[in-house]
Design a protein around this ligand. Structure first.
Ligand code: SF4
Ligand code: MG
Length: 332
């Protein structure tokens, strides 16, 4: 598997005045392989959208590196930067807010092609737009209408068509289905999967819960308060979650069968997400963790590769720390 994108100790802090910094992304690292779907999951406010935007270079980084095909995206010359901006696209949560209401669908989807001067004649561009509309399950009759004439799901299809206009290799989808009706969500997911197969796309799929990501992602990183706390394959995350926060996220997924729902043990997250301007010392999750020990307030947990490809940041899995604490490491 070849690495398409490498995120290395990436940080993005915001100055919020009076010398206070909001540590939205506080040192995250992962590789995304060519052709895979990499899920990034966490509660709203955990920094996942900021991570997406910083990876894309829409936000300046505070520290760390993002390498795309081995090139540092924050240090590109202008020509490489233009190429990069074509290769990487974003799909947003709210397709309505991201589509200009005064432009027709044709104009909306043409825009990136005109900006990047990829096609010359008006006719070529129109033909390409119709192709793109058909790719996303719409057709030429939709081209001259305005965004308000479409349903939420159709608008997201228009957003996807626009993201595809420059023939990208990598797409960051920031909660692309969260604003849609449940019945429509599965359709949009299927569309994204089909497009991935047909066009060889790589996805970074951002979500606030684990319910749909399970089906879409090859691997998943769980993010909490600017940190990645667990990273593994989709299957391993569901079958053998390690981090207490992942367990809590998993138990929050509604199960449609009412009998199962009643007997299942729920791990509820207590309290609010702490402010990223004043994160807890040691382990950032400790204020809500049912397993928290004294060491958790003092020492930041190391990144432990528990089994091949399954890593976690939690003292429970750190044999050295647990020995010092005179406790047996948790065996899973
Ligand atoms: Fe909980 Fe401690 Fe593990 Fe953090 S390091 S998740 S507080 S047990
Ligand atoms: Mg967000």
């Amino acid at each position: 598997q070849s690495v398409l994108l490498s995120v290395q100790n990436l940080k993005r802090y915001f100055d919020v005045g009076r010398g206070v910094q909001l540590k939205a992304v506080d040192g995250i690292s992962f590789d995304i392989y060519k052709g895979e779907t990499f899920g990034l999951v966490g509660e709203s406010g955990c920094g996942k959208s900021t991570a997406g935007r910083t990876i894309l270079g829409l936000y300046e980084k505070t520290d760390g590196n993002v390498l795309y095909e081995d090139k540092n995206i924050h240090e590109l010359n202008e020509k490489d930067r233009q190429t990069f901006l074509r290769k990487m696209q974003m799909i947003f949560q709210d397709p309505y807010a991201s589509l200009n209401p005064r432009l027709t669908v044709l104009e909306i989807i043409s825009e990136p092609m005109i900006v990047h001067k990829v096609l010359n004649s008006k006719k070529e561009i129109e033909e390409r737009v119709i192709e793109l509309l058909e790719d996303v399950g719409l057709n030429r009759d939709h081209a001259n209408r305005y965004p308000h004439e479409f349903s939420g799901g159709q608008r997201q299809r228009i957003g996807i068509a626009r993201a595809l206009a420059l023939d990208p290799d990598f797409i960051i989808a920031d909660e692309p289905i969260s604003a849609l009706d449940v019945s429509v969500q599965a359709q949009v997911v299927k569309l994204l999967q089909r497009l991935q197969r047909e066009k060889g796309l790589t996805y970074l799929f951002i979500a606030h819960d684990l319910s749909m990501v399970k089906y879409i992602s090859d691997r998943i990183a769980v993010m909490y308060l600017g940190h990645i706390v667990e990273l593994t394959t989709s299957e391993a995350l569901y079958e053998q979650p390690l981090h207490p926060y992942t367990e809590a996220l998993l138990s929050a997924i509604p199960i449609p069968d009412p009998d199962v729902e009643e007997t299942r043990e729920r791990i509820l997250l207590e309290g609010e997400l702490p402010s990223p301007t004043n994160p807890p010392s040691g382990c950032v999750f400790r204020t809500r963790c049912a397993y928290a020990m004294p060491v958790c307030a003092m020492v930041k947990p190391r990144w432990i590769e528990k089994t091949k490809g399954h890593s976690v940041a939690c003292h429970l899995y750190d044999e050295e720390t647990m020995q010092k604490e005179n406790r047996a490491p948790v065996k899973k």
